[in-house]
Design a binder for this molecule. Structure first.
Ligand SMILES: CC(C)(COP(=O)(O)OP(=O)(O)OC[C@H]1O[C@@H](n2cnc3c(N)ncnc32)[C@H](O)[C@@H]1OP(=O)(O)O)[C@@H](O)C(=O)NCCC(=O)NCCS
Length: 154
């Protein structure tokens, strides 16, 4: 039977676990503690974590952060990552479905994100949800890599 995941808003006590997941996922590009605390402050209802619904351990295995932009009908998916042991588990789907549901309830009409051009797995994941490639964002990342701006109409 496929594993099930519970999605809930981030709490400050999740921070050490989120930092572990972040470093395992992004290495040198990892966000730091202060940035996560800042996202928790400015977007508390859209900083979400996922954990297995049953079995042990039930600790957090992934997170997503999104923001509603000032115009109100647009939003940005800032980051999404899983503990590498949970890749392909469905945890990212639970986070994405919960994020999209929250945006539809708030009548957000468009969600954008930027993904590293070399991150084929994430690109594929977003395309599965209907995100379309809009354009290249040259040297978007600190290491000089290009990003791809993607967009989803809700
Ligand atoms: C992005 C992420 C959250 C997606 O979660 P996931 O569990 O890997 O997603 P899924 O396995 O459901 O989907 C990934 C898709 O890529 C495919 N895939 C797997 N490995 C791949 C690879 N090396 N190259 C291309 N596609 C790949 C999978 O088959 C799947 O496609 P399918 O559903 O059509 O078969 C996860 O990969 C992750 O945490 N990556 C590290 C952090 C990251 O890069 N975050 C995104 C920042 S923008």
């Amino acid at each position: 039977m496929p594993q099930r995941f519970t999605v809930r808003p981030f709490q400050l006590r999740d921070l050490p676990r989120i930092l572990q997941i972040e470093v395992a996922s992004f290495g040198a590009d990892a966000y730091d503690r202060n940035l996560f605390a800042e996202y928790a402050r400015i977007s508390p209802r859209l900083f979400l974590v996922a954990a297995p619904s049953s079995g042990k351990p039930r600790r957090v295995c992934g997170y997503s952060i999104s923001l509603v932009l000032p115009k109100g009908d647009r939003a940005e998916l800032v980051s999404l990552a899983l503990d590498p042991a949970f890749l392909g588990s469905g945890a990212a789907d639970s986070l994405m479905r919960s994020t999209l549901r929250r945006f539809r309830l708030r009548r957000v009409s468009r969600l954008t994100l930027t993904v590293k051009i070399s991150n084929l797995r994430a690109l594929r994941f977003y395309q599965k949800y209907g995100f379309r490639k809009l354009r290249r964002a040259p040297a978007y990342y600190e290491d000089g890599a290009d990003g791809i701006l993607m967009s989803l109409a809700l």
